[in-house]
Design a protein around this ligand. Structure first.
Ligand SMILES: *Cc1c(COP(=O)(O)O)cnc(C)c1O
Length: 453
């Protein structure tokens, strides 16, 4: 990636200076004013990680209303993987918005939807014939993957995992593990969802992947019955749950068992997909071929789009008219996704994610060596996290995690937290971030870890 100091902003707009620049305290006075308006106009249930109000973003920075320029280690939660305002995305969407904004693919269709389906069929793992269907959000796509699996197997039950996150709709709340803030008071939840243990090397004593998979399979055998099971739904690297990378062999053993038992293996790659982990999909690292793969977030550079792609005979199980939605595969979002795919291929972003992993892990491991409160540095590609614990233990320290995140924010670095215990700091820089900002963001973290008690 070039050490460019600027990237072009919105089409024809001013170039966005690639620097961290603080001209007020964070958040600044105009942001604070807007945030007061938010409190009296927007539902309290919608939380805010960092209340600086954005006016522009691109490359590796977010520019706020007060004139501050922050380094982005969040990508809007793993969405702007190709960058915010990536040139091909901006052009492709601008051209489409002038042509037409919507017809509904179920009324009068358009080529872009078909082309994107062809691209997803080509790019996802597995060489057999595939089909794709498009939706708007990750949760909506996960719900539809389950519908498809039930339609194909004629079985009701679904297995999800400890620490799983699959969304906030009724069925996906049931699949999601964590009560607060996702589920508390929002039940009753959809039925026929069962939970199995996952492989979590930092917390399961380093159990092997095959053994961990056996424990999950035992839940099916003891509590569900294979004749009742439609699908396993799993994130190949858990996202909100704490960037948990399962032990080698875990995913492959589950996938093999599914194949042998006519159970649909659904990979939820909503957060891990589209070059984020240093491969196009996280299952590629393990050579695992899911029956269905769910994508969203990084797929369309910030426009709302999601997809279910998989084996043709499974995706084609639901009857004609059984799948769809008013906006699914909206022309603008499709135009963005086609440009994202082109950008990943043309700009070598898979390699870029790998080089970001190398830089981040090297630096974070050095910070860990000086700071025993970092229990583990883990992740893949540009999806890297540190799990924070009380010194010399594995006891989670969510308080420290909050303080570190707040200190980073105050220094103009956007970072997010995650984890069932709220003790994981996660880093998801856009792959368009220039090296000098990646390094400066890590410098900020280094300092913040030394200064925060
Ligand atoms: C974000 C996320 C979802 C939900 O996606 P939305 O677009 O927010 O509905 C589902 N699964 C995973 C793994 C996610 O990270």
């Amino acid at each position: 990636m070039p050490e460019s100091d600027t990237v072009t902003g919105h089409s024809g707009g001013p170039a966005l200076s690639q620097e961290r620049r603080l001209v007020t305290e964070i958040p600044g006075p105009i942001s604070r004013e807007l945030h007061a308006r938010k409190a009296s106009a927007v539902a309290r249930g919608v939380g805010t990680v960092l209340p600086v109000y954005t006016v522009a973003a691109g490359g590796g920075v977010v520019l706020d209303v007060d004139g501050n320029s922050l380094i982005d280690f969040g990508s809007g939660i793993a969405v702007t993987t190709v960058g915010n305002s990536a040139p091909r995305v901006v052009e492709s969407v601008a051209e489409q918005v002038r042509a037409f904004t919507h017809t509904c693919f179920m009324v009068t269709p358009y080529e872009g939807y078909v082309r994107l389906a062809e691209e997803l069929n080509r790019l996802t793992p597995g060489s057999g014939e595939k089909r794709t269907v498009l939706f708007n959000s990750g949760a909506e796509a996960v719900e539809n993957a389950v519908k498809i699996a039930r339609s194909w197997t004629r079985r009701p039950a679904v297995i999800a995992f400890d620490h799983a996150y699959h969304g906030r709709t009724n069925l996906t709340m049931a699949l999601t593990a964590k009560n607060m803030p996702y589920k508390n008071g929002f039940g009753p939840f959809a039925g026929e969802v069962y939970r199995a243990p996952v492989s979590y090397p930092f917390r399961d004593g380093g159990m092997g992947g095959v053994e961990a998979a056996r424990q999950a399979i035992e839940v099916v055998e003891q509590q569900v019955g294979v004749d009742n099971l439609a699908a396993f739904v799993i994130e190949p690297i858990q996202g909100e749950g704490g960037f948990i990378v399962p032990a080698p062999g875990f995913l492959a053993t589950l996938a093999e068992w599914c194949r042998a038992n006519g159970v649909v293996f659904i990979a939820d790659e909503v957060q891990t997909g589209f070059a984020r982990t240093g491969d196009l999909f996280a299952v590629d690292h393990e050579g695992v071929v899911p029956d269905l793969i769910v994508t969203a977030k990084g797929i369309a550079g910030g426009l709302p789009l999601s997809a279910v792609t998989g084996r043709a005979e499974i995706v084609d199980a639901p009857h004609g008219g059984g799948l769809g939605g008013t906006y699914g595969g909206n022309p603008l979002a499709v135009a963005a996704a086609l440009a994202v795919i082109e950008t990943i291929e043309a700009d070598g972003l898979i390699d870029r994610a790998r080089s970001i992993e190398k830089t981040m892990k090297q630096r974070l491991t050095a910070i860990q060596q000086a700071d025993p409160r970092i229990g583990e540095v883990r992740g893949r590609g540009a999806m890297i996290a540190v799990e924070l614990v009380e010194r010399g233990t594995t006891t989670p320290d969510p308080g420290l995690t909050k303080r570190i995140a707040a200190a980073a924010h105050a220094q103009g670095l956007v970072v997010l937290t995650c984890g069932t215990y709220g003790n994981v700091l996660r880093f998801l820089p856009p792959l368009s971030i220039p090296d000098h900002l990646l390094t400066e963001g890590l410098d900020v973290l280094d300092r913040v870890f030394r200064e925060t008690r």
